[in-house]
Write a protein of this length. Structure first.
Length: 618
């Protein structure tokens, strides 16, 4: 006997019939993109065109879509600089409205997919499309070589490496293959000493894994595949070490994170593929480019994730550049983790990030620090940035210095980085500040306490008594003390608890250094934070008492700031020269754990992975 259709199937059948009756069609992703391309709107991107070409050529519909592929290649040719006398010869306009390439990364992103197309799907193209692709790739060689990419510009450097390797193979250019192979060796050597510079980025870790997956999966040179897989194991081991399972996300401070509140990005596709994240828990658009995603997919060994779940608590240290302050540290507990960076990496980073286990899981808002020059505490309002005007929500990049010991951190943020710099280079170069504010964003469901009692959860704004407060959420407690909070004249000012309503699922602690343009004034905050977990009401009361009574001090003059605080097990402190950002003295750091490229509980892991002497997790 035939089984009755399941309720879901009946529902789907109903809507399919209803759609037909109403004259509606189910539009495929390729058709949607093609409809967008045909409009030729000013912000049509070269990446959109190349993504469509690859996905269409790699699909089962490649023959039927041949006219569309040819047309898209014609559009892409229009966006390529083909003037041999131009400095950007061979590169691409990022947007349709541009007349000359401005963002020179465009050639790397276009060729990343175009080289894959040539390697794997050239026989799916018509003679006309093949001719157009070959011309575009040969001209792109010049654009790629003219773009000088520093080894610490991680995602673009690795992408350029893949492009040279792939073009060397498909165009039969041994010189390009050798150049790419040399770049790969340089990256391994640099990273062994200095760590991953775009560390733990929810966006650019995804771009790096895409590119490394292409190297490991698509090239015929076994030595390239072996080196790419070494780097892939480094990335996944580093992510496992910093993994916070209750929120299914990377914990710790991040470089280049565009999502202020929950830290989602292009990395999500890889995390879902690896089984670390439930696809339903991600708001990032998954499965949008199946041909590309299949070509880049590389799954880590299962023991990486298991180790992330078992070795708790742990303390992770990593280098993220050549400088003395280019480091990040991270304490991972069962229900809370706290990480800090030694400096601000730029207008897209998170120098402080605390993750708490919450009922919202991956949607639980992180506790982060932001210095704000646009009145945008949650990063919701994007503005044009960079040479091509990419829309981003940039924050300020202040002088930022910190120290961490286990679950205790102490940090200083002061803007501008150099008081004698009237142009304020520490701000994103795209605009001058409209205001100068410091925020600590946190989950709206966290209960905020003073030393003795909860603060009003419904007030739109209220002062924080003695600039000291506590966040409580489940069995987790966070103590926050502002040792310094100064306006742009150097006057002490109160911290405000601000409730912006339910739209962001977040509240904030805010210091208003200046409500308008700060001019030449300096705004400074210094904050001591301690986290703990496993608390009942009595334990929370004891934690509040101990944190409130801990000795702390802050002394500041025009040149130097000196900070000290008593952490749970040891004193933390440092002296900073405001003119050059030099740390004159520091205490509380366990220097034995400061091992490049990264260490867990004082044991080094990354160098062995990159050197090929280990393949296991941390």
């Amino acid at each position: 006997m035939r089984k009755a259709p399941a309720p879901f199937c009946l529902t789907l059948l109903f809507f399919l019939i209803l759609g037909v009756l109403e004259g509606k069609e189910i539009i495929s992703p390729l058709d949607k993109t093609w409809a967008t391309i045909q409009k030729h709107e000013p912000n049509l991107g070269c990446r959109t065109l190349m993504e469509f070409i690859l996905e269409a050529a790699g699909s089962s519909e490649s023959t039927q879509r041949s006219p569309q592929i040819e047309s898209a290649l014609e559009d892409l040719a229009r966006m390529q600089d083909r003037d041999p006398t131009s400095k950007t010869y061979g590169n691409f306009c990022w947007y349709w409205h541009e007349t000359k390439p401005a963002d020179l990364n465009a050639v790397e992103f276009v060729v990343q997919r175009a080289a894959l197309l040539k390697l794997r799907y050239a026989d799916h193209l018509s003679p006309k499309a093949t001719e157009a692709l070959n011309l575009m790739l040969n001209l792109s060689v010049e654009g790629i070589r003219r773009q000088k990419v520093a080894v610490d510009y991680t995602n673009i450097y690795l992408m350029k490496t893949w492009n040279l390797l792939a073009l060397g193979e498909t165009l039969q250019r041994p010189d390009l293959s050798q150049e790419g192979s040399s770049m790969l060796d340089q990256w391994i050597s640099f990273t062994t000493q200095n760590g991953i510079t775009e560390f733990l980025s929810p966006t650019y870790n995804g771009v790096a894994l895409d590119t490394l997956g292409l190297m490991a999966n698509q090239l015929s040179d076994p030595s390239v595949k072996e080196r790419a897989e070494r780097i892939l194991r480094l990335y996944w081991a580093n992510m496992a070490a910093n993994w916070f399972e209750p929120a299914q996300r990377l914990g710790g401070s991040h470089a280049r994170d565009y999502d202020y509140l929950t830290g989602e990005g292009m990395l999500d596709q890889h995390l879902v593929d690896a089984g670390w994240v439930n696809a339903k828990a991600s708001v990032y658009h998954l499965g949008a480019s199946p041909v590309f995603e299949s070509a880049t997919r590389w799954l880590p060994p299962a023991d990486y994730h298991r180790k992330a779940l078992s070795l708790i608590p742990r303390f992770v240290y990593q280098k993220c550049g050549k400088g003395d302050t280019d480091w990040a540290s991270h304490y991972v507990g069962q229900h809370v983790s706290i990480g800090i960076s030694g400096s601000s990496q730029g207008p897209e980073d998170k120098p402080l990030a605390i993750n708490i286990a919450g009922p919202a899981g991956r949607k639980t808002v992180q506790v982060i620090f932001v210095m704000d020059g646009r009145g945008d505490p949650y990063g919701m309002h994007k503005v044009a940035t960079g040479a091509s005007g990419h829309p981003k929500a940039h924050h300020l990049s202040p002088l930022f210095r910190a120290v961490q010991s286990g679950p205790d951190v102490l940090f200083l943020a002061s803007w501008p980085k150099n008081n004698s710099n009237s142009k304020h280079k520490s701000l994103s170069k795209d605009s001058d500040p409209d205001c100068l504010l410091s925020h600590i964003d946190f989950p709206a469901e966290a209960i905020v306490w003073g030393a003795e009692k909860p603060l009003d959860p419904n007030a739109a704004s209220q002062p924080v008594p003695d600039n000291l407060c506590f966040l409580r959420m489940g069995d987790v407690a966070i103590g926050i003390r502002f040792l310094l909070a100064e306006d742009t004249t150097g006057k002490p000012i109160p911290v405000e608890l601000v409730n912006d309503g339910q739209a962001y699922h977040a509240k904030r602690l805010t210091v208003t250094h200046r409500a308008g343009n700060p001019g030449e004034g300096r705004g400074t905050v210094a904050v001591a934070i301690s986290v703990t977990e496993g608390l009942n009401d009595a334990g929370f009361a004891e934690f509040r008492k101990n944190f409130a009574n801990a000795k702390s001090s802050a002394m500041a003059d025009k040149k130097t700031i000196r900070l000290t605080t008593q952490g749970g097990s040891k004193a933390l402190g440092f002296d900073v020269d405001l003119n050059d950002g030099q740390v004159l003295h520091s205490e509380g750091t366990d220097f034995s754990r400061q091992i490049a490229p990264f260490s867990v509980n004082g044991k080094e892991y990354g160098a062995a992975l990159l050197g090929g002497t280990s393949s296991g997790a941390f």
